[in-house]
Design a protein around this ligand. Sequence first.
Ligand code: SF4
Length: 354
Amino acid sequence: MDLIQKVKNKERLNQKEGKALYDLDLYTLGELADSIRKEKYGKKSYFNINRHINPTNVCADICKFCAYSASRKNPNQYTMSHEQILDIVKHSYANGAKEVHIVSAHNPNDGPEWYMGAFRKIKTLYPDLHIKAMTAAEVDFLTRQYGLSYDEVLDMMIESGVDSMPGGGAEIFDEKVREYLCKGKVTSDQWLQIHQKWHERGRQSNATMLFGHVETKAHRIDHMLRLRDLQDKTGGFNAFIPLVYQRDNNFLKVTHFPTGQEILKTYAIARILLDNIPHIKAYWASASINLALIAQEFGCDDLDGTIEKESIQSAAGAASSHGMKLEDFIGLIKNSGFIPVERDSLYNELKSYA
Ligand code: SF4
């Protein structure tokens, strides 16, 4: 059957068909993705008022694409104390943040108690603040470093007040590419296993894909289909977030970068292939706000949030280090023809700015 008709019939696509979507022209692909998005959400575009906190950049792992961790290219090490973290949270909470998104490098000097103690203190002081924290890569790091099991770390997170898990550390699941990019870090199977265990605890998470470096289009499709398979089992992923590779200050040699067209196609394909993951996020900190706004017409229904401050993407060249003012964010979404809808971390609608 014709590929376009198959998408219109909402039939599931396989690896070969998913890759063939890249051969469609941008507008045809965009229209297919947009019709799925419209059917689910109309013109609503979701965002939340959040604060990203990256408590340490000292890392025991070496990922070639990373510009955030302290290294030859970034000699400025830092590790925040709990007091410093709490000061940031206090300020953000007073400014209306409803979520803190806490992701760290793999600091061999900080044990589980450093992480869990910080979460516990935040939850005690701000019980209604959603804590999204600990990528599967961080969970895996703690198990490797301290002889713990995944179950033990995940249970500690829940006891300490973590509400949901971010989607980081997925990079690209293809084992060969992964070995080249980030040998020694959590494997693809382990990443999926950790999220499965988290979902089995009744908790939700997101999933990312880092693209636009040395991977092929086939690797991107494979990545999405592995997520679709797990989602069929657990239903625990809220959002899929394709992260555009940032090229500055790292050790990865990349000669060809994706064009804006290819990035938009990747968003659209994600919307079409991932029929069981509700939200496709154009994370503006990695895509740029301009492309993220256009991505709303290519299947994306979420632009993440105001962020306030961001250290990981911006270290590699993204223009996200200072976040975005709420009124600016709302204005940009409105001017692009969509309805900004503030959501909580689990996608309950809080306020429409129609
Ligand atoms: S991506 Fe994460 S794990 Fe890899 S080097 Fe950077 S901070 Fe460390």
